[in-house]
Design a protein around this ligand. Structure first.
Ligand SMILES: [Zn+2]
Length: 511
């Protein structure tokens, strides 16, 4: 019986674990509680921070740092980076704050930082790599065991597992970076319960909030007033905002259909309430979160226009990207050599970067290859032979990254045996082993381009099986041979033009 019970328990905990996303098994945020001197000053006289720019869009430069292991593996994929960046801008759309990539992504290979177990390692990572005059954001596999954290004097860190489309950890940490505390400040590290009377004040430890931790012995402490439901102390209690209602929940919680907590809380005067799960700065599930409050937005904007003014840029310096790249080659159904195949696409106005992906799975659920380049072509390494591959491209720049992929195209890999390299003879033809009905591909080097050519296929006796004039106006031409009735065996392709006559041998398979 006991054995069965153990088995049952194991099974249940396994089932439960399978249903909970990894992100909800992590503490939501490792940011040390604290009200910055700037926020205290702002909260005491917010009307004095209203300026002529109050209605302008504020453009904030982000320097992205993408961590990988020492050997370069594990890095957040470019497609996921772009998705997270689009989610961040979507979360801030109503605030009039817009983020752009200040510079290209900084790729860092360091296993120790990629999965750093504690905040001091994160401090070391940030102070080593930060760039000035930007919001520095770090993406890593493990960020001190949390979904994310913010160091007020350094930058934000976000865990890969908490940065999918629909996740709001990045928005939350940027909120901290722009001066916002949790609505439940003071309750961090404590568990609210109705079993005890709710205190009027809370003492919290803000080690790591200030960059002078070495001199703070014992651990620095501060006091927060507990916020009342009736709003009587809202401007001096908790986060100092009056339009974020009381919230005492410092653990991850799910909400009801109205986005309120299911846990009832009671303020020190006996007022009963439920927490507001719509706030990005709360610890509610991502599915509950939709917004910053008006006062939070005003504080973030004022913080940017004063303390963080060096992060701002006046206007976008790159134009909008309106479409996806046109794919040039290979196009659907074409052959490509199994090694050294070239992908080529048309440049897109205003694009500075292209994200290329290829895979053998047409849904692109699994990507075999993903790369960002500033070029409009890419030569591939070794692929699997006799396989269909699907590829697609997406254009972006530092300001416009929420762009669509091109419609995917496919190609079929053929052996490179006996394909002469275009360097040696300035043209090539493949595959050399073909089936009936299979197309050939001709590729021309510069020397053979823009020429009128005569192309023929002859059998071993010299009999002309097929002939066509063609002009090598493209670097690559597809030849559909009418080989359906040809006997299996050896053939020769003959190319005649101003550069002379060249031949290649072909083997037509039987069956
Ligand atoms: Zn937080």
């Amino acid at each position: 019986m006991r054995k069965h019970l153990t088995l049952l328990l194991l099974c249940c905990s396994f089932c439960l674990a399978a249903q909970i996303p990894v992100k909800y098994t992590l503490p939501p945020c490792g940011t040390a509680p604290g009200i910055s001197p700037w926020l205290k000053d702002y909260a005491s006289r917010p009307q004095e921070f209203v300026s002529a720019r109050s209605l302008d869009t504020l453009y904030v430069g982000i320097q992205l740092h993408l961590l990988a292991r020492d050997n370069g593996t594990g890095r957040f994929s470019p497609e996921r980076v772009l998705a997270a960046f689009c989610q961040l801008n979507e979360d801030y759309a109503a605030t009039g704050i817009r983020f752009y990539f200040k510079d290209d992504w900084n790729l860092i290979n360091s296993t120790a930082w990629y999965q750093h177990a504690n905040i001091p390692q994160g401090i070391d990572m940030m102070l080593t790599n930060n760039v000035p005059d930007a919001l520095n954001a770090y993406f890593a596999s493990n960020v001190a065991g949390n979904c994310g954290y913010n160091l007020p004097y350094a930058g934000v860190a976000v865990a890969h597992n908490c940065a999918a489309t629909g996740d709001h950890t990045w928005a939350h940490e940027v909120g901290h970076a722009l001066s916002l505390p949790h609505p439940f400040i003071g309750w961090e590290g404590k568990t609210y319960t109705t079993l005890n009377p709710t205190p009027d004040t809370l003492t919290y430890d803000y080690t790591y909030f200030h960059d002078t931790i070495d001199t703070q012995i014992p651990a620095p402490l501060d006091t927060a007033l507990v916020e009342y439901l009736d709003g009587s102390n809202c401007s001096i209690a908790a986060d100092l905002f009056c339009d974020t209602k009381p919230d005492y929940l410092s653990y991850r919680w799910n909400c009801d259909a109205q986005s309120n907590s299911t846990v009832k809380q009671i303020d020190p005067a006996g007022g009963e309430f439920y927490s507001d799960g719509t706030l990005f700065m709360s610890y509610s599930f991502d599915e509950c979160q939709t917004r910053f409050s008006d006062e939070e937005v005003a504080a973030m904007r004022a913080n940017l226009m004063t303390e963080k003014a060096s992060w701002l840029t006046d206007v976008p310096t790159e134009g909008e990207i309106t479409g996806a790249p046109d794919m040039l080659l290979p196009l659907d159904g074409e052959n490509a050599p199994v090694s050294g195949a070239e992908l080529r696409w048309a440049s897109v106005p205003n694009a500075t970067h292209y994200l290329i992906q290829y895979t053998r799975i047409s849904s692109f659920i699994v990507k075999e290859f993903e790369l960002v380049t500033t070029d409009t072509s890419l030569v591939l390494g070794n692929l699997f032979v006799d396989k269909n591959y699907y590829w697609r491209v997406r254009a972006f720049n530092h300001w416009y990254a929420c762009t669509p992929f091109s419609p995917q195209q496919s190609f079929y890999t053929v052996p490179v045996t006996a394909i002469t390299s275009p360097e040696s003879d300035n043209w090539r033809c493949y595959p050399s082993l073909i089936s009936r009905g299979q197309a050939l591909t001709l590729e021309f080097g510069e020397e053979w381009q823009q020429q009128n050519l005569q192309c023929s296929v002859v059998d071993v006796t010299g009999r002309v099986m097929w002939q066509t004039p063609l002009r090598s106006s493209n670097a690559r031409i597809r030849l559909d041979l009418p080989s359906g009735n040809w006997p299996a065996g050896v053939y020769h392709l003959i190319l005649a033009g101003e550069k002379g006559v060249k031949t290649r041998s072909l083997m037509l398979q039987g069956g």
